[in-house]
Design a protein around this ligand. Structure first.
Ligand SMILES: Cc1ncc(C[n+]2csc(CCOP(=O)(O)OP(=O)(O)O)c2C)c(N)n1
Ligand SMILES: [Mg+2]
Length: 322
């Protein structure tokens, strides 16, 4: 893989920025200033970043309820995201969307989505648009292991195969759908294997390894851009926090929670690889860490100080007329 030093540092910066954004929300949520449900992406950053840094604004992503990382990785404005979470008028969606409905169509971000698996048919529609209009763009849907049991996800995969669409279905298998273990509900225990039966390439990767994801997604992207049709990627990922903020996680042992932070932290793993491979120095990475902290602190203070929407404008920016 021929990633330049600047690209590697940029990948680390994006992953670190997402991590800092999420850790900050985890701390701040206790103040009661962030309305609505929050599902943190902490631990899964390598996936969003290794995928989205290979896309541009003509490519689409459809995200899910755990969508902060996907949107930030695809280029959503960090301050706009933070303000949106706080429900402020200057947020990315004028405070009407919040965590689970963040979108920025100008950057190809079709939105976070509270309906499990709904991103797959949405992005498939975007892939059909790209193919029909000949834009050269591709579409990617991010969904979890739980979404792999939704019928419309498989309908979308079948349609993408039949129409040979420039579409990539990216499953982040973090071992849990809400509070239920993946092994308990996924019959074959093998999402990629099950998807392959639809007649498309489907691979499983280690979602804690930025490089493995980058490579596998790069292959799928090459196929999609060359008009060779869709692919499925199943990434083995880990979730650091509960399903949602406030989930006591009685179904996970303390040992498991400590172990994933210790041994399966994608950010730590990337950091070690960059240093070992002499791609970056500790000082360079420390500087990026510090810059991410400063950026997120500034965004948080701006979000706290920003104005709420005027109640008289409640229905503005809410519905689209066609
Ligand atoms: C269609 C639908 N069914 C059920 C729910 C309730 N629900 C919200 S998140 C979730 C679990 C999703 O698990 P997974 O796809 O693995 O994503 P993860 O939360 O692990 O990122 C469920 C069942 C929902 N929002 N939509
Ligand atoms: Mg899951």
């Amino acid at each position: 893989m021929a990633l330049k030093k600047e690209e590697l540092l940029e990948a680390y910066r994006r992953m670190r920025t997402i991590r800092e954004f999420e850790e900050n929300i985890h701390r701040e949520n206790t103040t009661g200033e962030i309305p609505g449900f929050l599902h943190l992406y902490c631990g899964q950053e390598a996936n969003a970043v290794a995928v989205c840094m290979q896309l541009d604004d003509t490519d689409y992503i459809a995200s899910n309820h755990r969508g902060h990382g996907h949107c930030l990785a695809k280029g959503a404005d960090v301050k706009g995201m933070m303000l949106e979470l706080y429900g402020k008028e200057d947020g990315l969606c004028h405070g009407r969307g919040g965590s689970m409905h963040i979108a920025d169509v100008s950057r190809g971000i079709l939105g976070a989505n509270g309906i499990v698996g709904a991103g797959a048919p949405l992005a498939t529609g975007a892939a059909l648009t790209a193919k029909t209009l000949g834009t050269g763009g591709v579409a990617v849907s991010f969904q979890g292991d739980g979404a792999s049991n939704e019928g419309y996800v498989f309908e979308a995969i079948n349609m993408a195969v039949m129409w040979q669409l420039p579409m990539i279905f990216y499953f982040e298998n973090n071992g849990y759908g809400e509070f239920t273990g993946h092994d308990y509900v996924v019959g074959s225990k093998d999402i990629a294997g099950r998807a392959a039966a639809f007649g498309l390439p489907a691979v499983r990767v280690d979602g804690t390894d930025f490089f493995e994801v980058y490579e596998a997604f790069g292959e799928a992207l090459k196929r999609a851009r060359a008009g060779k049709g869709p692919s499925v990627i199943e990434a083995q990922a880990v979730r650091f926090y509960g399903h949602f903020e406030g989930d006591p996680q009685a179904y996970r042992s303390t040992e498991e929670l400590e172990s994933v932070r210790e041994h399966k932290d994608c950010l730590k793993i990337l950091r070690q690889k960059l240093i070992k491979g002499k791609k970056a120095t500790t000082a360079e990475l420390d500087t990026i860490d510090q810059e991410a902290v400063e950026l997120i602190n500034a965004c948080r203070e701006a979000a706290k100080a920003a104005a709420f929407p005027d109640p008289a404008t409640l229905m503005n920016n809410t519905y689209v007329s066609y």
